[in-house]
Every structure is written in structure tokens, then in C-alpha cells.
Write a protein that binds this ligand. Structure first.
Ligand code: ATP
Ligand code: MG
Length: 392
């Protein structure tokens, strides 16, 4: 009995009809890309992907971050003959339960066999295999108690033509769609908690994400850029390659602060950010912008303000967190590992020159009048020309 690799399942892709091969190919190429430093091979089985490799926590950790995988199992491959399946299932069970027979918590260990006969030519039905294998195993482990509903230990048997896969572990993957099956989008990434989660959620829907960050050095610390770079490095684990576009924004903010009404400052910053991001999106062929906004979270994120700001762009804006409260976003940030980076204490440029009395329901007309007080077209051109692009 020898571990041969990881059996990968995907569910959402199976619904894709004629486009299914496109999604499957992408999933396989993403898996290969993520594991390119390891010696692996992949095999496409109808409805499954098998990654042949050594058993390795590092490989498993990388597979856990590939969108499109609904679940995965470390498997043993055996030939599709009942006697072999029984023998090898026993060895697998022994390797898991080795020397544990006398342990107290094993005394009433619940167990079931779950066979799935993909090859309908196999002479026994799935249910008959369940019974035959369980009857073979149980005399060796009398302390196992069969429980079909909530077993602590489940032996999976997937019978295919010529070969069969056995497994005792099955863990959930991230689900979603393989990155690269959707369009490219440009995420506005601050150093905060929300925008990295928003970017991650777009990756989950198959989009490849590039990042744009506005920073106000020398008004904010140089480390704030380092923090954003760390966020991008971290998020890159969920897609193949990332680009971070860094835009110097301090001079623009200073000018808005001097020329425009204090009430509209943050909203004018936002409009300028969107204008610059839009220019960059055209250049990079990104089809949409992404922000971490959610309704009512801060003064700038009322429905009125969000809609007055977004007239600055004609590119579609996605806001995957729009209906979340902060705690829900924090939970995802913790799960995906961005939270620890986001809470590092560096100022974002938007807190710079912040007004003490921001407009909560700005009228578009007022905002447009204020915007005219600065040469915003020149600002956009200047900013786009001085973008620094880092590839990660
Ligand atoms: P976050 O936690 O993402 O910063 P937030 O709740 O603090 O969100 P704001 O700071 O008002 O909200 O920002 C709203 C959105 O605007 C952010 O989610 C992000 O998409 C974008 N944004 C804000 N500041 C920047 C920045 N310096 N660079 C790029 N995008 C930014
Ligand atoms: Mg913020």
C-alpha cells in the first residue's frame, strides 16, 4: 500500500456544459503552476484530477489555495479487484489506526465504508462493495462501530476502470472558479482590512487581479508601501502572478486640501483615485475596478456618496463586500491570512488631511464644482505617467 498522490474534486465546474473543458484545463494548469517547484505529474480523470506526488504538507498547503477545488484527498491507488481492494483497505486502516487499538478514544470509534462505482462494468454495486469491504475489515478491528450517518472515520473507495482509489481523509477546498477563467480586474488596494478581502473574492470568481495602490509619501511612512507589498505577496498565493501599481498621490491630496471645500475632501480623493485607476485599467486591459467598500461603514460609503463618486469612471466597479458588516469581513481576512498584515499600524493616505465634518450625502453637482477647482485631468496624466509597477 503506497500513497500515490492527491485526488482533486471540483463541483461548480461540472455545471459549465460545453465550456467545461476550458475550466478544467485552466484548473490543471493553475495546479501545475502552483506546484512547479515539486516533482509532480497530473492526470485528468473524468470529473477528477489526480496529482501524483510525494505526500507533503507544503504541496497540500498550496493545493488548499487553488480556487476551483471543492475537495481533496490523499489517496492510495490499487487495481480494481475486490480482493485487492479489501487487502489494501486493511493496510490503509492499519497505517491510520496503528498501535491505537488500545487507546481509550478508539474504543467506540465510528466507521463507515463509502464506495463509489464510477466504472459501471465493475461486477459489484457500490452498496455490495461497502458490505464486502466492511465485513472484511471489521473482524480485524472489533472496536470499530458502524455508523452510517456520522462516522468519525470514513473509508472512501472510488472504483474506476482498472484502478481504484482508497482514502480516509477528505478535506474541503476553497471552491470557486479557477483564476484566469474570468476577466482581468484592477483592485484598489489600501493597507486596510477590506480591500484585500475584496480582491480575494474576485479571484474566487475566476478573475485575475492586478493591484493599484495610492500612497502619500512623504506624508505617510515609506513602510505603508511595504505593508501593501506584503499584502500582494500574500494574495499572490491564490493566483499565479501579481502586479502592483504604485501611484504617488501626496501632491494631489495636498492640492485638493488647499483648493477645495473640506467637506468633500475624501470624496474628491476617491474620484481622483478612480480616474487614475480607470486610465490604468485601459492600459492593462483590465475590465473592471474592485474596491472594498461596504454600505454605511464610513462617511464616504453611504449610497449617495458611493454613487456620486463613481460617476468619475465609466468602467464597471465591483464591490464584493457591499453587504458585509466589519466582523464578517474580518472573519474572511483571518481565514485567508491578510488580517495580520492589514492591522500593522501604518497610516493610509485617506486619513491624511481628513476632514472633521465630511459630507455624508454629497450632491454630485457640488462635487463636480469642487473638482473643477483643481486641474484634475493634468493630475491624472501626471499620476499615470509616474506609476511604478512591481511584479510579484
Ligand atoms: P479598506 O479596509 O480596504 O481600506 P475602508 O473601509 O478603510 O477599506 P476606505 O478607506 O474608505 O474604506 O476605502 C474604501 C476603498 O477605497 C478601499 O476598500 C479601497 O478599495 C479604496 N482605497 C482606499 N484607500 C486606498 C489607497 N490608498 N490605495 C488604493 N485604494 C484605496
Ligand atoms: Mg481604509
Amino acid at each position: 500500500m503506497k500513497f500515490c498522490g492527491y485526488l482533486i474534486r471540483y463541483d461548480e465546474l461540472a455545471l459549465k456544459g460545453k465550456n467545461r473543458p476550458f475550466f478544467e484545463k485552466r484548473l490543471i494548469s493553475n495546479i501545475k503552476e502552483k506546484l512547479k517547484e515539486f516533482s509532480i505529474t497530473t492526470e485528468y480523470l473524468w470529473g477528477r484530477i489526480l496529482v501524483y506526488c510525494e505526500k507533503s504538507p507544503e504541496i497540500l498547503d498550496r493545493l488548499r489555495k487553488v480556487f476551483g477545488i471543492s475537495s481533496l484527498s490523499p489517496v492510495v491507488e490499487v487495481s480494481s479487484e475486490l480482493a485487492v481492494i479489501q487487502e489494501q483497505a486493511l493496510l490503509l486502516l492499519m497505517s491510520t489506526l496503528a498501535k491505537e487499538e488500545n487507546r481509550e478514544e478508539n474504543q467506540n470509534l465510528t466507521f463507515r465504508v463509502s464506495a463509489n462505482r464510477v466504472d459501471k462494468k465493475f461486477p459489484l454495486t457500490s452498496q455490495a462493495v461497502n458490505i464486502a469491504v466492511a465485513n472484511f475489515l471489521l473482524p480485524h478491528y472489533p472496536f470499530l462501530k458502524v455508523n452510517l450517518n456520522h462516522p468519525a472515520l470514513e473509508l472512501g473507495i472510488e472504483i474506476r476502470e482498472k484502478r481504484t482509489f482508497l482514502f480516509l481523509e477528505k478535506e474541503r477546498g476553497l471552491g470557486g472558479l479557477p483564476v484566469g477563467t474570468g476577466a482581468k480586474v484592477l483592485a484598489l488596494l489600501s493597507g486596510g482590512i477590506d480591500s484585500p478581502v475584496a480582491a480575494w473574492m474576485m479571484m474566487k470568481r475566476g478573475c485575475s487581479v492586478e493591484f493599484i495602490h495610492f500612497y502619500s509619501y512623504p506624508y505617510t511612512a515609506e513602510q505603508s508601501k511595504e505593508k501593501v507589498l506584503d499584502l500582494v505577496r500574500h494574495l499572490s498565493q491564490y493566483q499565479n502572478k501579481s502586479f502592483l501599481h504604485v501611484v504617488p498621490f501626496g501632491k494631489i491630496q495636498e492640492s485638493i486640501q488647499k483648493q477645495c471645500h473640506e467637506r468633500y475632501r475624501t470624496l474628491l480623493y476617491r474620484r481622483l483615485m478612480q480616474r487614475i485607476a480607470t486610465e490604468l485599467a485601459y492600459r492593462r486591459r483590465a475590465r473592471a475596478l474592485v474596491t472594498g467598500e461596504s454600505i454605511g461603514q464610513v462617511a464616504s460609503q453611504t449610497v449617495e456618496n458611493i454613487s456620486a463618486v463613481e460617476t468619475a469612471t465609466d468602467v464597471c466597479i465591483f464591490r464584493p463586500l457591499i453587504g458585509f458588516n466589519k466582523q464578517e469581513t474580518i472573519q474572511i481576512a483571518q481565514k485567508i491570512g491578510t488580517y495580520e498584515i492589514s492591522i500593522r499600524p501604518f497610516e493610509d493616505c485617506c486619513t491624511l488631511f481628513q476632514s472633521s465634518c465630511p459630507a455624508t450625502r454629497a450632491r454630485l453637482l457640488d462635487l463636480l464644482q469642487e473638482e473643477e477647482k483643481v486641474p484634475y485631468k493634468e493630475f491624472v496624466q501626471g499620476a499615470v505617467d509616474s506609476i511604478e509597477t512591481l511584479s510579484i
